[in-house]
Design a binder for this molecule. Structure first.
Ligand code: FES
Ligand code: FES
Length: 164
């Protein structure tokens, strides 16, 4: 089988797997990284949302053969490592994760890793555009929450943006 090399949460990884296997299965089934959740598998629910080179993407929709050795995948497990220790909160987590805890966002929790990864990517995107998050930006988040935590998600993102 072909060798696939990419960077996962700051470390290079190499796996033996066919090119057309989706990145979500490589993460979960081969590398044991379970933060990105399997919801639909067809790029709709966004439960698997992670980052590729700092931008949100859905690993259920990307074949692993498309990744290059320099592509950086970050999952919720690697999110705290994106900020210096001094900027992590009382639980040692990324500021957005700390905001999630303070706002008691999660119900069943299944969608929440994807929601947090979408939130961080959104803050980075609007900062790069020289602005802050608007209601329209929040309306544009497509991550589905079966438990209906949308109001608290929006509050946590607003607060997390201030902390980042
Ligand atoms: S599992 Fe990836 S978008 Fe639904
Ligand atoms: S908290 Fe249950 S699906 Fe979102």
């Amino acid at each position: 089988m072909p060798e696939q090399t990419f960077i996962l949460n700051g470390e290079p990884v190499t796996v033996d797997v066919e090119d057309d296997v989706r990145v979500l299965w490589v993460l979960r089934d081969i590398l044991g990284v379970k933060g990105p959740k399997y919801g639909c598998g067809i790029n709709v629910c966004k439960a698997c949302t992670s980052h590729i080179n700092g931008k949100a993407f859905n690993p259920c929709a990307v074949p692993v053969g498309k990744l290059g050795a320099k592509d950086e995948i970050t999952t919720i497990e690697g999110l705290p490592g994106e900020v210096p220790e001094s900027e992590r909160g009382e639980h040692g987590l990324h500021p957005m994760q700390e905001s999630w805890l303070d706002n008691d966002v999660a119900q069943c929790g299944y969608c929440q890793p994807g929601q947090i990864m979408a939130a961080v990517a959104l803050v980075k995107k609007v900062r790069a555009e020289g602005r802050t998050i608007t209601d329209g930006d929040l309306d544009g988040i497509r991550n589905i929450c079966r438990c209906g935590t949308y109001t608290r998600i929006r509050e946590a993102i607003r607060e997390g943006e201030q902390r980042m």
